[in-house]
Design a binder for this molecule. Structure first.
Ligand code: BGC
Length: 764
């Protein structure tokens, strides 16, 4: 009997065609709907509810799956998918249970957090955003999808597109930073890279945009904290990247942990149905974040049965880990708290996702041993990872062109992150094997081979406190050196530094000082690292600081005292090689800050696209009864979009095709960009617009265009942006997306602070 049903399903698929393209609607959609209609007719209520269940699969030993608790549930049709299971062998085994031992033989979907690369790890997302280059992000996502699908995974809990203006929040590391325009461009690039042309291809995976919504606005930067904001802010500043992912065809959406308007996102019908489906036309499925349904109990929304019904009714389709759906939906149906239609709808959306991925056609589509052998952690992928990483570094300071340095002479490499393999991949690198990473010491050794002398000393621990170290090394990657007292580490470093002509100090955060549940109220360098830097400066040798950071940090002291600072974020598997490439001048840094670096924590939230207020500062700080502080200026330490280069860029001849425009006119803004430096280099040219008068208050500037261009030494390039009324649109008080006539500043430059400016008038 069971076999007959399975063959019937296969025959149905064969009859209706095997491949499904998400881009092609119409016929193929109808085939899918017919197929799922037929399948659902055969499903019991329990089996339908089972599809909504997403347990996490801890690492299993091959052969154990069948006898495990989850194995039993799979056989009983109580599981729709699994996540965190890795390797073709294990996934094939678990999939086999689903398609051979469950009644209806419905395949499982296998998910994972492939956040910045799979085994070949790329820079963290905040760093990827610093590239200001959607094509680079798309290529990274393509590599990640190729590797992950070669290892059995077809569903990715990425991209994370939460706008964040609060660097205390550790998860800013996973985001694209503070800007809705950049965030939207990159959201689209991630989705395209993961999902490719056809979801059913064996090397494409379904993306899951997260965390819907507004998670990055957690109060006080504390993880999982309350969010509260106006609709106008939401629509204009926080929602655009999620919408961009939906417009790009993202297959699934993950809810966030926070509340919105007093209702947790997972139970928020306005968010998950009215906005996401009715307004934006999303037709994929919605999964919760980890136990987010259960967490609504602590939010104060009722018991497990109540919150599960609330989530389903709101538009949540799949329950990650908590099993609230599995254990209570039948009861809720009996009691009339949810309808059969609510359950059917959620089940249908999950089955559709499986269909789109081609799993009904071949449940082992992503279980190709040969691909697993040949397509993961390849030489080519590592080459791409290295090249990508060099595009994400941000040169924050470079007095007297100290950088680049030559890969010869005597160089002292000092610091707790110089030879620290555990911390290279960065936070949320679930599939990385950190032992395959290249440390800075290895990268420098390779680059200097046969050319000079390299001395190394650790100098200090990342933090001088074993308790904190244990907190930031939760995955068995401790960095704390218990063997040596701090003083000894310091003395060794100073002695080592004295042997060299130049010191490269590799400092910063541990990988897990940012990321989930890693919020900080002090976002500066740990005190012991400053002590080491001070001692190194005292030697009188030039000091270059290479900074590992998962967030914008407060660096006033460093900026005042250290001549050159290169921020390398967390650069992934090829970190050490990429850092050597940039420090030794093979590649010029071209990254720009995707989030503002504040002077101190008291300035947070600080972001470039703020409102003017009724009492803006006019001229110098401090002015009584103006919007400013007594103790620090309003300006950040490093503004959004900022980043130096080994080239020396000059912007000139800023021209506009017109200054008076009407209706659907187009405006061409052009500028000459000259590289007066000795090095060929890339520059990110940025276009900002200010809308002077609106029906609601408007920001002082909004990013509206980016172009990354290579300009050779001595060369001048003409850069053009085309501006249309589309670039002037915003959500007004009625949440209508439109533009309003008036005066606009058009601004072009290399960061959000230093801009050439002209004013235009645009009539309706
Ligand atoms: C995170 C998500 C992640 C999920 C599954 C949660 O703790 O918030 O971003 O996708 O775990 O690993």
């Amino acid at each position: 009997m069971k076999k007959t049903i399975y063959f019937f399903i296969l025959a149905t698929i064969a009859l209706f065609g095997l491949s499904f393209s998400p881009q092609k609607s119409g016929d193929s959609d109808q085939k899918m709907h017919r197929f799922i209609d037929d399948l659902m007719k055969k499903m019991t209520l329990e089996e339908k509810i089972g599809q909504l269940n997403l347990p996490a699969f801890g690492d299993i030993v091959t052969g154990q799956a069948s006898s495990s608790n989850v194995g039993t549930k799979i056989k009983n049709g109580q599981v729709g998918g699994l996540f965190n299971l890795k390797s073709v062998k294990k996934i094939r085994e678990v999939q086999r249970i689903a398609v051979e031992e469950s009644r209806l033989k419905i395949p499982l979907i296998f998910g994972m957090d492939v956040i910045h690369g799979y085994q070949t790890t790329f820079p963290i997302p905040l760093a990827m955003a610093a590239s200001f280059d959607p094509s680079l992000v798309e290529r990274m996502a393509r590599v990640a999808a190729t590797e992950a699908t070669a290892d059995g995974i077809c569903w990715n809990f990425s991209p994370m597109v939460d706008i964040s203006r609060d660097p205390r929040w550790g998860r800013i590391a996973e985001s694209a930073g503070e800007d809705p325009y950049l965030g939207s461009k990159l959201a689209e690039a991630y989705v395209k890279g993961y999902q490719g042309e056809r979801l059913s291809d064996e090397n494409t995976m379904m993306a899951c945009v997260k965390h819907f919504a507004l998670y990055g606005a957690s109060e006080a930067g504390r993880d999982y904290n309350t969010v509260d904001m106006s609709k106008v802010r939401m629509y204009n500043e926080y929602l655009p990247p999620y919408k961009a992912a939906v417009d790009a065809g993202v297959g699934s959406v993950m809810t966030s942990f926070n509340e919105i308007d007093g209702m947790p996102a997972t139970g928020n019908k306005w968010l998950l149905t009215n906005l996401l489906r009715d307004q934006w036309g999303f037709n994929g499925f919605v999964v919760t974040d980890y136990t987010a349904i259960n967490e609504m109990i602590d939010h104060g929304m009722g018991d497990l049965q109540q919150v599960s019904a609330l989530a389903l009714k709101a538009g949540t389709d799949m329950d990650m880990v908590g099993e609230g759906f599995l254990t209570s939906l039948k009861k809720s149906l009996d009691e009339g708290k949810v309808s059969e239609n609510d359950i059917n709808q959620a089940c249908r959306r999950i089955l559709e996702a499986k269909y789109k991925l081609g799993l009904f056609d071949d449940p082992y589509r992503y279980c190709n041993e040969e691909r697993a052998e040949n397509e993961i952690f390849t030489v080519e992928n590592n080459r791409i990872a290295r090249e990508t990483a060099t595009q994400t570094f941000v040169l924050l300071k470079n007095d007297q062109d100290l950088l680049p340095i030559e890969a010869k002479g005597k160089i002292a490499l000092i610091g707790p992150l110089a030879d620290n393999i555990q911390n290279m991949p960065g936070t949320w690198s679930v599939a990385a094997d950190y032992t395959q990473s290249v440390t800075v010491l290895q990268g420098f050794t390779e680059a200097m081979k046969g050319k000079g002398e390299l001395f190394y000393a650790k100098g200090c621990n990342i933090v001088d406190d074993a308790t904190m170290d244990a907190r930031v090394a939760p995955f068995g990657r401790p960095s704390f050196d218990q063997g040596k007292p701090s003083e000894q580490l310091l003395n060794e470093a100073v002695a080592t530094a004295k042997k060299a002509d130049i010191i490269v100090a590799v400092m910063g955060e541990a990988a897990e000082m940012s990321g989930e549940s890693s919020s900080r109220t002090d976002i500066g360098l740990p005190e012991n690292q400053r002590t080491l830097l001070a001692a190194l400066l005292k030697t009188g040798k030039p000091v270059v600081m290479v900074l590992f950071a998962g967030r914008p940090m407060t660096l006033s002291w460093e900026n005042d005292n250290i001549p050159a600072i290169l921020n390398v974020w967390f650069a992934g598997t090829q970190a050490g090689n990429a850092i050597a490439d940039v420090v030794f001048g093979k590649t010029s840094p071209s990254g720009k800050l995707p989030a503002t670096f504040p002077v101190n924590v008291g300035q947070i939230p600080i972001y470039y696209n703020h409102k003017n207020t009724g009492r803006p500062l006019q001229g110098a700080w401090f002015q009584k009864f103006r919007s400013n502080y007594l103790d620090v200026p309003n300006e950040p330490l490093f503004p959004f979009g900022f980043g130096l280069s080994y080239g020396r860029f000059e912007y000139s001849d800023f021209n506009l095709s017109k200054t008076q425009l009407k209706g659907n006119d187009q405006l061409i803004a052009s500028v000459s960009l000259t590289n007066n430096g000795k090095h060929d280099a890339q520059e990110v040219v940025q276009l900002y617009i200010r809308d002077w008068v609106g029906s609601i208050t408007r920001p002082v500037a909004e990013l509206k265009g980016i172009q990354k261009v290579l300009v050779k030494s001595g060369e001048t390039k003409n850069i053009q942006f085309t501006i249309t009324p589309e670039d002037l649109k915003f959500y007004n008080a009625e949440l209508k997306y439109d533009w309003e006539a008036g005066d606009f500043d058009i601004m072009i430059g290399g960061n959000s602070r230093d801009l050439l400016k002209k004013t235009i008038h645009w009539e309706k």
